[in-house]
Design a protein around this ligand. Structure first.
Ligand code: FES
Length: 96
């Protein structure tokens, strides 16, 4: 099973393949915002992928458009955690 390491809390979580980063966080007590209930329209769930970007589901144009509007966007590192489904090990930082 894939592993997600959340660097803020130094918490490592094993998840079923296809779980979203947001779902994994909330199910395991990791504090992550989700103002639109995972509909991919608010941007509050942005995370930085420190390692394993290739282990996530692809970025659709709608997600990319929203990411580009966010203050804490970092190119090649940012994902909406509600839209990123895990298929391998990743390392995640939640912007503070
Ligand atoms: S929870 Fe709103 S974009 Fe992810």
């Amino acid at each position: 099973m894939p592993t997600i390491l959340f660097t803020n809390n130094d918490i490592s979580i094993e998840v079923a393949e296809g779980t979203s980063i947001l779902e994994a966080a909330l199910d395991n007590g990791v504090n992550l915002n989700s103002d639109c209930d995972s509909n991919g329209i608010c941007g509050s769930c942005l995370v930085w992928i420190d390692d394993g970007m290739d282990s996530l589901s692809k970025v659709y144009p709608e997600e990319e458009d929203l990411l580009l509007q966010l203050d804490n966007y970092i190119s090649d590192k940012s994902r909406l955690s509600c839209q990123a489904y895990v298929h391998g090990d990743i390392v995640v930082t939640i912007p503070q």
